[in-house]
Ligand binder design. Structure first.
Ligand code: PLP
Length: 318
């Protein structure tokens, strides 16, 4: 094989457990497995998470939800990014839980639903006033199971936007409460507010995506990171050739790198077509300094010479 990825379902389970341990038993964890579980393979990942105790999973669309049901997933599935008119029946037949984004859509809802409030991100969600929302929910024949929002700037503690969004969200929760409506779930958090323990934003359900796969983005001005997870995906590649380059030797297109000292480099069987971003041209990657990516070939400086079996060295050829 030239180039492949390996996914550790064990690591994904461990990451899920780490989130659960951090938020505690009073907060439900709904891992986000949309976009093919961030390309880690939604079916395998969802089964691993379900057997680890996940009672909810979140997908983007109905198609993703149906795929999980067909594979035997029993957990509740939240469809976060709306649905098309011709997908409405599938919500009921496949037991998918829709997120509704506008009060006008409530009259057509036939299954328990979550309602998304646009508290300031200006993407999906209703911007109606709290009393108007309460009236529309009260008039809907099926129950409101969850109230949710999504933060625009949770990775920036120097911005007030998250506090402002929380205030607007709280006003809607209060408006519903005044009308005697208390949804079972209140949720607003993806990975970042969990990882940096912004406790007041958790509600009683969190929706971590990238944390489950082992990543936490840096957050500006944030307190110390409370969540510790590790990547579940490893990208492996076959070494095609190993060669020594003398001081001053030019390497790659345009001689982009000049060897400042004697170097041993490996040419590996992966390039842009395999997903290596062009802009990584001169950055460190996975512990080795990558010098230049060609269309098919990829040059890396080796920390240690590879084992003999991994590739042919220049001296082997002489
Ligand atoms: C509504 C919603 N919730 C949660 C998530 C998970 O986000 P993250 O990967 O930052 O945890 C996403 C991802 O885009 C999302 O759109």
């Amino acid at each position: 094989m030239r180039s492949w990825v390996e996914i550790s379902l064990g690591q994904i389970r461990a990451n899920f457990r780490a989130v659960r341990a951090l938020v505690g038993e009073s907060v439900e964890v709904m891992p986000v497995v949309k976009a093919d579980a961030y390309r880690h393979g939604a079916v395998a990942v969802s089964h691993a998470l379900e057997s680890e105790g996940a009672r909810w999973l979140a997908v983007s669309n109905v198609e993703e939800g149906c795929l999980l049901r067909q594979s035997g997933i029993q957990s509740r599935i939240l469809v976060m990014a709306d649905f098309l008119e011709d997908e409405r029946d599938a919500l009921a037949t496949q037991s998918l839980t829709p997120v509704i984004h506008s009060l006008e859509d409530l009259s057509a809802v036939r299954v328990p639903y979550h309602l998304k409030i646009d508290t300031g991100m200006n993407r999906l969600g209703t911007r109606a006033e709290p009393d108007e929302i309460a009236r529309a929910v009260a008039a809907t024949p099926v129950p409101l199971e969850g109230l949710m929002t999504h933060f625009a700037s949770s990775g920036n503690y120097e911005s007030q936007q998250t506090e402002q969004q929380l205030q607007r969200f709280e006003a809607v929760i209060e408006g519903l409460r005044r009308a005697g409506i208390t949804p079972r779930y209140i949720h607003s958090c993806a990975t970042t507010p969990v990882a940096y323990r912004r406790r007041e934003a958790w509600g009683n359900l969190v929706r971590p995506g990238h944390a489950v796969y082992g990543y936490v983005s840096p957050a500006r001005g944030a307190p110390a990171r409370a969540l510790h997870v590790a990547p579940a995906l490893t990208w492996k590649v076959t070494v095609l050739e190993v060669k020594d380059v003398e001081v001053g030797g030019l390497i790659g297109y345009g001689g982009i790198h000049r060897a400042a000292q004697p170097m041993r480099i490996a040419v590996v069987a992966a390039g842009y077509a395999d997903g290596i971003p062009h802009r990584l041209g001169r950055q460190d990657l996975a512990g080795a300094r990558r010098l230049q990516a060609g269309f098919h070939l990829h040059l890396r400086r080796l920390r240690r010479p590879p084992p003999r079996s991994a590739g042919k060295s220049e001296s082997d050829r002489r």
